[in-house]
Design a binder for this molecule. Structure first.
Ligand code: URA
Length: 242
């Protein structure tokens, strides 16, 4: 892997900051100064890299859990609107992270970010059976026991698209937990709309095997634990990358 990519992915600064450090002669491999940012570092040599005389601590794979607050769009950049990148700690901003699926601007709750493209792709594809659970509050038609079957049978959206079976756990007349296994655009809102309701609050509680850490306040994010990484990769039928 290119030396500059390796260092910037691992939190040593932006690609241009890292290139500057390399050209200044601050980066060494096995005691030998490397001044070429494109130098190809082998994985077995990562532990021998130093920056300004200190071990470089290379960590290429980053997986985060975020408690998304309302008001941010699920993108790493946008010309007009504030994005989730604003609440990602600076050390992870150059790691090539992207969000796993999208939550609407007003939706809150669990958002996973990773820089593993294959993992991301599998987690959002309906082929891998990754269920997501949302806490929904609605106005309009109140929930009744019969709705469970309606959602289980597959809601037909207003444009004629049929959804896969979903589980509706009714909490009160206007609150439920809804679990779905796909992620169509505005899916939960459109499912509610197709059944005579309007979503007034939407919060994601879980994504596949992961549930939102109750200790994470809105706007916080943290790295996934080793165990969480293992079960997330297992759900996507992949070998874990830590
Ligand atoms: N479904 C929606 O309608 N919005 C979200 O943010 C997530 C799922």
């Amino acid at each position: 892997m290119r030396l500059d990519k390796c260092l910037s992915n691992s939190g040593h600064g932006s690609r241009s900051e890292v290139r500057h450090q390399i050209k200044k002669g601050l980066v060494s491999l096995q005691g030998r100064v490397i001044t070429d940012p494109a130098y190809n570092v082998r994985e077995q040599d990562f532990s021998q890299l130093t920056v300004a005389g200190k071990p470089a601590q290379i960590k290429l794979n980053v997986h985060l859990m975020m408690h998304k607050p309302p008001g941010l769009i699920t993108a790493m950049e946008d010309k007009k609107l504030p994005t989730i990148a604003e609440i990602i700690p600076a050390k992870w901003l150059n790691s090539g992270l992207f969000p796993v699926g999208r939550l609407d601007r007003d939706t809150t709750g669990l958002l996973i970010l990773t820089n593993d493209g294959i993992l991301c792709h599998r987690l959002i594809s309906p082929r891998w059976d990754i269920w997501k659970t949302y806490q929904v509050e609605i106005d309009g038609q109140v929930f009744s026991a019969a709705d469970k079957t309606v959602f289980q049978d597959g809601i037909v959206l207003e444009d004629g698209l049929k959804c896969m079976p979903a589980n509706l756990d009714i909490l009160t007349a206007n609150q439920a937990n809804l679990s779905i296994q796909e992620g169509k655009f505005h899916q939960v809102k459109r499912m509610m709309q197709a059944t005579g309701r309007r979503v007034t609050k939407l919060h994601r509680l879980s994504f596949g095997p992961l549930t939102l850490d109750e200790g994470l306040l809105p706007g916080d994010c943290r790295e996934l634990t080793k165990r969480e990484i293992e079960i997330l990769y297992a759900a996507a039928q992949l070998e874990p990358k830590f």
